[in-house]
Structure formats: C-alpha cells, structure tokens
Design a protein around this ligand. Structure first.
Ligand code: FE
Length: 216
C-alpha cells in the first residue's frame, strides 16, 4: 500500500505550490483490502453485518460541527475550558462523546503558541469528535512535512504564523488523539455560544488554520 501511495503522490505532485490540498479517492488496493478484511471478519463471526452497520452509522453522524460546539463552549465557559484542557475525555462526555479506547488531549492556541495535529504513522484522528479525516490528512507528504517544515505546510493552507509564535506539532497515535482549541477571534466578545460555532472550522481544530475572524 505504501509503495502505491508513494508512486501516486509522485504522479500528482505538480509543484503548483499546493500539493497537499488535493483530495484523492482511496486506491483500488485499499478498497479491495477493506472488502477482503470485512468479509473475513463477518465469515469468522468476529462482527455481524448489523454491528458493522451500527458502527458506520455512529461514525457518519460525527461531523466537525460537534467539535465546533465543544470549542465554542470552551470559549464562553472558563471552567469547561480548564476541564477540556486537563481531562479532555471526561469533558467531552457531556457532549455524548466516548473517546474510549483512546485518550483525548486538547491543546490550546495562544499568543505564544500555535498547535498543529498530525499522525506521522498513519491517520489517527479524533474521529469521535470530527468524523472522517480529510484526504490530505492521510497523505504521506502532509504526514512527513508537517513535522519537518510545519510553517511551510501551514502557509500552503494560507496560514501564516508570525515568527514570535512557536509552532508545536502533535503526533497522534493509537492511544492518543489531539484536538486544537483555536484562539477566539477578536471582535466576538458579545457573540452567543451558538453563533461562535460558525467560526470554528474543521481545519482550525486540526490546526492548519485559525478560527474565522468575522469580517475577514
Ligand atoms: Fe495513525
């Protein structure tokens, strides 16, 4: 699979300055492998078709909007924010999110620090909160370059982090998922929690962008 992925990347790497943002369909190999594993698991009685359907249904109901609700709550409720930063898994339970068996670590963007999330090994992602990861998140070039040259990757997403802010890259894994708490945009002091959710994008919770500043 990795060999194929690599060839595929080379073929589409056109050096147009935005190689990471291309969305690509899964490879034929990946789809055949998925079908083979799924059929084997059912044949051996490890999972039933109904259990699989239920799991997919739960997964598909997860949308970045759920993450936006969690972040908006943190922006307006300092106690919730502290709980989210110290005990992420427990804090999100009040939003119906069960992170098990993984742990959730929420990292806060500040005047001094900008956080970026990646999984260098594969594609670990806070799916229980954000749903299915974008295609670029799984790409080899994002996974390697996010660590090596995060500022350059961020600039390709249109995100320029000033030199006086540190960029911290967080490598997710099978046990630990990261979620970025973006900075609350200026000029939103009198905004309701519900209105604030409109400013919180999926990308801002991965850290490739900031939350939307109204009027920009
Ligand atoms: Fe992974």
């Amino acid at each position: 699979m990795s060999e194929h992925h690599h060839d595929h990347l080379n073929a589409t790497h056109t050096h147009d300055g935005k190689p990471i943002q291309n969305d690509e369909p899964p490879s034929i190999e990946a789809e055949s492998l998925e079908t083979a594993v799924r059929e084997l698991l059912m044949e051996k009685g490890v999972i039933t078709a109904d259990e699989l359907r239920g799991a997919i249904e739960t997964q598909e109901q997860r949308r970045p909007e759920l993450g936006a609700k969690i972040i908006a709550r943190a922006w307006v409720d300092e106690d919730f924010k502290q709980k989210l930063l110290s005990h992420g898994d427990m804090a999100v339970r009040s939003f119906g999110v069960d992170m098990k068996p993984t742990e959730l670590c929420v990292v806060e963007n500040t005047e001094e620090v900008h956080n970026l999330v990646v999984c260098t090994l594969c594609s670990c992602y806070p799916r229980a909160i954000l749903g299915i990861p974008p295609a670029w998140y799984k790409r080899r070039d994002y996974r390697s370059r996010a660590v090596r040259e995060p500022r350059s990757v961020l600039s390709e997403f249109g995100t320029i982090i000033s030199e006086d802010r540190q960029v911290r890259v967080h490598d997710s894994n099978a046990d630990l998922r990261y979620l970025v708490l973006p900075r609350r945009p200026p000029g939103t002091d009198d905004w309701s929690e519900e209105d604030l959710t409109e400013l919180i994008t999926r990308d801002s919770m991965i850290g490739v962008s900031e939350a939307i500043t109204p009027g920009e």
